[in-house]
Design a protein around this ligand. Structure first.
Ligand code: SF4
Length: 397
């Protein structure tokens, strides 16, 4: 709308030499009818923008590789968690071409610990697709970006706006919160998503859409927070309808959440006398696809832990570690009982598994849940170790 108005203003500008028309009377709207303006957000952003390693400095051109990498890493993950991974990733894969040419194990290993591992697989596939199909340059439209692996509606809009200055509406959870409050959207999420998207798109300016997208992200992260938003510091305080009604924290309205059912299972940590651990690689597709893990049973709601020994990878004296590993995936919580077994030095790995030296564990793409399992089990192993005998003091006889 603003863009249309701006165009109209240009079209209506007097031709050189013609007299200026009388200025139109300024409309002062009552607070309840004031409309949020992109310029207010941009002025605020120029003063308060966060300094982030993937963000171009004012006046610099954004690097699509860094923008894309950060957007993929930031999905479901906090900025604090992403910062060290982003730096390490760039050091290991400084260019899109370097990432595309890397073996998948190296990419998974660099990603290990960030979670949501399908992102890493798609990241690698996307880098390869951009190199093979687009000559190493990202498409510069939302549509073109969406055709790439791992790039959905939000990410395509964010990259199009930030890296290519396209007037795209990048709507994530933070933006949904801001916009639903701004307009008091009285429909619960997720049904309200299309309406929120349309409202956001109406706000996007044709001038500086990348800064607008980043400003909206910053506003949602630092001012319009889920609890106790700092409305007094908000550039849209005046037009915000939820603030006018004193109902900021009530928005966005949310449909009742359906929790995933708890699943249980057993994880087997087999240890050789030299400390090597038995590992295997998960199937490439699905949950934690392509990641490393110790052998486990199935994870089911009705799993009977008392019979876990039947799922052990080989016969040994398996001892149950004290405690349970709890982990919450997007769709379900998991409880793993950990069994620790000592293997003979010459024990061959079962088919599809491998013995991994303790020193090499850090190079394995182990997801968080497996790090918790190993931490619990290896603590037990250390406690199990026989105490070193004290040397007998010589008697001098
Ligand atoms: S006024 Fe408050 S609730 Fe409204 S957008 Fe700003 S921070 Fe959010």
């Amino acid at each position: 709308m603003k863009a249309v108005r701006a165009k109209r203003r240009m079209a209506e500008a007097p031709a050189p030499g013609r007299p200026e028309p009388a200025p139109a009377p300024v409309l002062v709207r009552p607070a309840t009818e004031a409309k949020p303006q992109a310029t207010d957000l941009l002025v605020w952003y120029d003063r308060h923008r966060r300094d982030l390693p993937w963000r171009a400095r004012p006046g610099d051109t954004a690097d699509p590789y860094r923008v894309w990498l950060s957007e993929i890493m930031l999905q479901q993950t906090t900025i604090a968690a992403v910062r060290p991974y982003f730096a390490a990733f760039l050091q290991r894969f400084p260019t899109l071409e370097a990432l595309a040419a890397a073996p998948s194990e190296a990419v998974m290993s660099a990603w290990a610990g960030l979670g949501y591992y399908s992102r890493a697989r798609n990241l690698h596939a996307c880098a390869q697709a951009v190199v093979a199909q687009h000559g190493g340059r990202f498409p510069d439209t939302e549509e073109g970006l969406r055709s790439l692996p791992g790039i959905g509606a939000y990410t395509a809009a964010a990259i199009a706006a930030i890296a290519f200055e396209r007037p795209a509406a990048a709507v994530d959870g933070n933006v949904e919160r801001v916009v639903s409050r701004l307009f008091r959207v009285d429909e619960p999420i997720p049904a309200a998503k299309p309406a929120i998207r349309a409202l956001t798109q109406d706000l996007v300016p044709t001038d500086r859409p990348g800064d607008f997208a980043q400003g909206l992200m910053d506003l949602g992260s630092t001012i319009c927070t889920p609890k106790r938003p700092a409305c007094a510091l908000c550039p849209w305080m005046r037009p915000c309808r939820a603030r006018q009604a004193g109902l900021q924290e009530s928005y966005p309205l949310k449909a009742p959440k359906r929790e995933g059912l708890l699943r249980r299972g057993a994880a087997f940590v087999a240890v050789k006398p030299d400390g090597a651990i038995l590992l295997r690689t998960r199937l490439p597709k699905g949950l934690l696809g392509g990641m490393a893990e110790v052998p486990t049973s199935e994870w089911r709601g009705d799993y009977d832990v008392a019979k876990a020994i039947l799922d052990a990878p080989f016969e040994a004296r398996w001892r149950r570690a004290t405690g349970i590993v709890r982990h919450v995936f997007t769709h379900f919580p998991l409880e793993l009982t950990v069994l620790v077994g000592r293997a003979e030095a010459e024990e061959a790995p079962p088919e599809g598994m491998r013995w991994t030296a303790r020193a090499d564990l850090s190079a394995e793409p182990l997801p968080k849940v497996m790090k918790k399992v190993l931490s619990l089990a290896l603590g037990e192993v250390h406690q199990d170790r026989p105490k070193p005998r004290r040397a007998k003091r010589a008697t001098g006889a």
